[in-house]
Design a binder for this molecule. Structure first.
Ligand code: RET
Length: 259
């Protein structure tokens, strides 16, 4: 493992700590806010809270793994010999990325079974994208990393296309007071997701040694807060607007909402 300066070690340490706080706070907020939301959109908000909760747990483990990978004495950081575990991040994504796309589709409340179909297709593609990325993430060979990056980019681009082009027409079906936010949620997804394949390529972009790992860890941490907690709050805001738009009867009982 490469030699880190104390500053680099603490930057990553503090970034992980920040993510734990942000994910924990978002989880509590999202679960407490469910009661304000109409039954039709409650599941989307519940899933948002589950996503930040799963991430909060994984960041605890990531943080602990970081601490045990190094020992610090007198401001000098040395590798302890135990390897930093990248798998936590990938297991986290494997669980949460399919949930994130489902959350977006659910809050859009598409007609008939269109939503369920789209959500399962996008969730399967998201899982394939993450699984294809992992072999390259743990490899130190540039060509291997690049190969898996290319493979993972295939489902990534299909998802981006579906979100951007495929869901465009669904905006018109949204109540007027929520259209802007639903459109923003699509943009947030497309933009925050772009971070990941770029951060992944850091080792191939001329960053060297310790700086690469620091860049990757901080980069993924920032992207995760935006893509999970930030996005979750936007989903909650959409659900709240739609709740306000619905007739009073639909706000309290799912059976009355049918009629
Ligand atoms: C990988 C491997 C390299 C190529 C691509 C990737 C995409 C990852 C993405 C992850 C999204 C994660 C989210 C986490 C949540 O909060 C796996 C880095 C395309 C898009 C949204």
């Amino acid at each position: 493992m490469d030699q880190l300066t104390y500053g680099q070690y603490s930057l990553v340490y503090n970034a992980f700590s920040f993510v734990i706080a942000a994910m924990g706070a978002a989880t509590i907020f999202l679960f407490l806010s469910r009661s304000q939301i109409a039954p039709n959109y409650k599941t989307a908000v519940t899933i948002s809270g589950l996503v930040t909760m799963i991430a909060c747990y994984h960041y605890f483990r990531i943080f602990a793994s970081w601490e045990t990978s190094y020992s610090v004495s007198n401001g000098i950081v040395t590798a302890s010999g135990s390897r930093f575990n990248d798998a936590y991040r990938y297991v986290d994504w494997l669980l949460t990325v399919p949930l994130l796309v489902t959350e977006l589709i659910l809050v859009m409340n598409l007609p008939g079974n269109v939503g369920a179909k789209k959500a399962s297709k996008l969730a399967a593609l998201a899982a394939a994208m993450i699984l294809l990325g992992y072999p390259g993430e743990i490899s130190n060979v540039a060509s291997t990393r690049f190969l898996w990056w290319g493979l993972s980019m295939i489902p990534f681009l299909i998802i981006q296309y579906e979100l951007f082009v495929g869901l465009k027409s669904a905006i018109a079906l949204q109540p007027e007071n929520a259209r802007g936010l639903v459109s923003a949620a699509r943009y947030i997804t497309v933009v925050t997701w772009l971070f990941y394949p770029i951060v992944y390529l850091f080792p191939l972009l001329g960053l060297s040694g310790a700086a690469t790992n620091v860049g990757i860890q901080v980069g993924y941490s920032v992207a995760d807060v935006l893509a999970k907690a930030g996005f979750g709050i936007v989903v909650y805001m959409i659900a709240l607007r739609k709740t306000q738009y619905e007739p009073i009867s639909a706000r309290t009982s799912p059976t009355l909402a049918v009629g």
